[in-house]
Every structure is written in structure tokens, then in C-alpha cells.
Design a binder for this molecule. Structure first.
Ligand code: ADP
Ligand code: MG
Length: 270
């Protein structure tokens, strides 16, 4: 028997998205087609307003596309049926200030019907791995920015869905904390190897982490370029200075229109 190729964990087929506001229709995404197989880390970059968050909302089942299909494991699922099928870390993933770090993390399981005691036990188990041992009872306000991100991240991962959607997971952090968390996320992913789709506006972060980088244009977001990252795994910080890294970086900056020759710089800035 010929073995069947396994369907990708996530596939998008000609997805369009619109918002209607004050009677006017705004086109947010146009004709988005790509897939994320299991074990791949795919980055999504694009200017602000290019529909990156909208795309993750659609995949997670929070928002319905105006046309096109979203397939999970090869099956087209209607928008409400996609809810709960992926782990989604939103762009503004605020922790609940009145819940401890532990209880903030445990929410991920509680919403899936796990009893509170069991949810806390399973969340507590993973605190050391997330560099949070000893901070179970801390309030969000007592934690550093990097630690709050890790609690939010732990909450996302605890749901144990095979598809991870991350919207600018390190967006609010300073450069040093970003580097620490990027490396830490890569380590975690090397062990678990879920399908990951993550949004970033940092081209270096995209090249350093991803197998593939998808570039969206300004609104309506359309795919203008896909960069296959050839750097070997596991990735190391030393790769940031390699020629291959530089080539990927330049290709992406060009695709984003951020490298312009003097002749067209006027056009870009207008
Ligand atoms: P990105 O995450 O790439 O910055 P978004 O997906 O947040 O982009 O937004 C894409 C476009 O859709 C933007 O122009 C934004 O203003 C608009 N938009 C996003 N959410 C809504 C909404 N709930 N209602 C109306 N317009 C929206
Ligand atoms: Mg966004």
C-alpha cells in the first residue's frame, strides 16, 4: 500500500477576512494560503495592521473568515468548531491581577473542565521548567516582565494542544529579556516539537527561530514572500553573525520594503 502523506497540522486555503465598521467594509486579509506541518516553527511578519492578529483569531476560531477554509489535520472545520483546538497566546496576554501566578497558569486547564485541584497540581509541576519555581504564589504585579511572559506562556502551553499560536510573545520585553526567552522557547520546542505559528515584527527573531518566514503586505494583508530558513538546528546565538543569517535578513527586509535604494526612498516614505 502506498503510504498516505500525512495532512499538515494547519492549512489555510484562500482565506479572506473583512471587518465591518460603521457600515463600511474593511478588507483585512486577502487570499491567504499556506500550511504548517507538525514539528515546524513558522513565523509571520508584516507591518502593523497587516492582519497578523486577525489571522490568528481566525485560526483559533475566534473570528470567521469571509471566505476560504481553515483545515486542521486535513479536515475543514467551521469557525466555532476550531475553538479550543489550538493553544493561543494573544498579543496582549494580560494575567489576571487578582490571581496568583499558579492560578493564572491553571486557568488554561480549568477552562477545559479540569477540576481546580488537579489543574493547580499540573500547573505547579511545570513551574520549574518555566524558570518560575518558588513564584507559584506571587501576584502578577510582583513579577518581572520576563516572568509574567513566562507565566502567560506556561498558561498557553498547559492546554497541550498540538498547534501553538503566539502573537508577538516577546513584544513587550527589552532586548536582553527577549534573547533569553527566545532561546528558552527554542529549547522547549526542540523537546515538544509542536506545530507553531508565531507573529513577530522583529526580522532577526523570525530568522533566528523559524523554519519558514511568511511576509504579509500592508492592509489588506497578502502573502508577498516566503523565506525558507536554511540555518541548521539547534540554533545558536553565533548563527546571528553568519552569512546565511545575513542573507535571510536582507531578503526579508527587502520583502518588507525596508531596504530601499535612494531612488525609491521618496516613494517609501510618502
Ligand atoms: P496586525 O496584528 O497585523 O497589526 P490586525 O489583525 O490587528 O493587524 O488588524 C488588521 C486590520 O484590521 C487593521 O486595519 C485593524 O485596524 C483592523 N481591525 C482589527 N480588528 C478589528 C475590529 N475588531 N474591528 C474593525 N477593524 C479591525
Ligand atoms: Mg497584532
Amino acid at each position: 500500500m502506498v503510504p498516505q502523506p500525512t495532512a499538515p497540522r494547519l492549512a489555510l486555503d484562500a482565506v479572506h477576512a473583512t471587518y465591518v465598521e460603521d457600515g463600511a467594509t474593511l478588507e483585512a486579509l486577502r487570499d491567504i494560503t499556506f500550511s504548517v506541518p507538525d514539528g515546524e516553527l513558522v513565523a509571520l511578519v508584516g507591518p502593523s495592521g497587516s492582519g497578523k492578529s486577525t489571522l490568528l483569531d481566525i485560526i483559533s476560531g475566534l473570528y470567521a473568515p469571509s471566505s476560504g477554509q481553515v483545515l486542521l489535520d486535513g479536515t475543514t472545520l467551521a469557525t466555532p468548531d476550531r475553538l479550543g483546538r489550538s493553544s493561543y497566546m494573544h498579543q496582549r496576554d494580560l494575567l489576571l491581577p487578582w490571581r496568583s501566578a499558579l492560578d493564572n497558569a491553571a486557568i488554561a486547564l480549568e477552562v477545559h473542565g479540569v477540576p481546580k485541584r488537579e489543574a493547580r497540581r499540573r500547573a505547579r509541576e511545570r513551574f520549574p521548567e518555566f524558570g518560575l519555581a518558588g513564584f507559584e504564589n506571587a501576584w502578577p504585579a510582583q513579577l518581572s516582565g520576563g516572568m509574567r511572559q513566562r507565566v502567560a506562556f506556561l498558561r498557553t502551553v498547559l492546554a497541550e494542544r498540538p498547534l501553538l499560536l503566539l502573537d508577538e510573545p516577546f513584544g513587550a520585553l527589552d532586548a536582553l529579556n527577549r534573547v533569553v526567552l527566545q532561546t528558552w522557547l527554542l529549547d522547549l520546542w526542540e523537546r515538544e516539537r509542536q506545530a507553531v505559528l508565531f507573529v513577530t515584527h522583529d526580522v532577526d527573531e523570525a530568522v533566528y527561530m523559524a523554519d519558514r518566514v511568511i511576509v504579509l503586505t500592508a492592509r489588506p494583508g497578502t502573502i508577498t514572500h516566503v523565506e525558507e530558513i536554511t540555518l541548521p538546528r539547534p540554533r545558536t546565538r553565533e548563527m546571528l553573525t553568519s552569512q546565511a543569517f545575513h542573507r535571510h535578513r536582507v531578503a526579508l527586509l527587502e520583502a518588507l520594503g525596508l531596504l530601499s535604494t535612494p531612488e525609491d526612498s521618496v516613494e517609501v516614505s510618502s
